[in-house]
Design a protein around this ligand. Structure first.
Ligand code: GDP
Length: 194
């Protein structure tokens, strides 16, 4: 997949700001600091279009990146900060709900997790949340370069079992450092976009 054109169209806080062209969308979700921005940047061949290391306290927005004038990547705010207040959590939840429950042109979600570690309670909750909306989920198991080749299968198995993933969903080991897994990730996404 060659990306010729990628632009941040809007950082939305509510649905009236969502793009109105209704191109198909792939959402990207993941724990804060898991490597979600690096994943987006690697996929679209940009150094830093998606912000890396978004910090808690920053305005939480849904960032709509228009790709090749054909579809959107929708970067949803990271989850899993222990320190956020109840009020912040509620705001995050409302924003997620408004998007995931109602967005008709949303085709699938890429859930980014860290291949080095067993998925956390937050990861499991997010996976189950997406499945509640009956969305296809591509599990992007990133930071692949940080584990030895001989241990990959074991890590993938742990991810599969911990998230208890459904048959229609796939796990794609990925590295934003080396680009490994990029073609597979595009193939899986395009299958939902076409
Ligand atoms: P985000 O908060 O989920 O958007 O996470 P970032 O993309 O900002 O990444 C968090 C940190 O992990 C940064 O220091 C990245 O350089 C690092 N990182 C992200 N992806 C990879 C990867 O595939 N391999 C390695 N080695 N480091 C990564």
């Amino acid at each position: 997949m060659k990306v010729n054109d990628a632009e941040l169209v809007i950082s939305a806080v509510s649905k009236k700001q969502y793009p109105a062209d209704y191109l198909p969308e792939i959402a990207l979700a993941g724990r804060s600091n898991v490597g979600k921005s690096s994943f987006i940047n690697k996929m679209i061949q940009r150094k830093s279009l998606a912000r890396t290391s978004s910090k808690p306290g920053k305005t939480q927005t849904l960032n709509f990146y228009k790709i090749n004038e054909k579809f959107y990547f929708v970067d949803v705010p990271g989850y899993g900060y222990a320190k956020v207040s109840k009020k912040e959590r509620k705001k995050w939840g409302d924003m997620m709900e408004e998007y995931f429950a109602e967005r008709e042109n949303l085709r699938a979600t890429a859930l980014i997790i860290d291949i080095r570690h067993k998925p956390t309670e937050d990861d499991i909750m997010m996976y189950d949340y997406l499945k509640y909306f009956e969305l296809p989920v591509l599990i992007i198991a990133t930071k692949l370069d940080k584990i030895p080749k001989g241990k990959r299968e074991k890590h993938v198995k742990i991810v599969r079992e911990t998230l208890d993933i459904e048959d229609e969903d796939v796990i794609i080991p990925f590295s934003s450092e080396t680009g490994e897994g990029k073609d597979k990730a595009w193939k899986a996404m395009l299958a939902h976009l076409n």
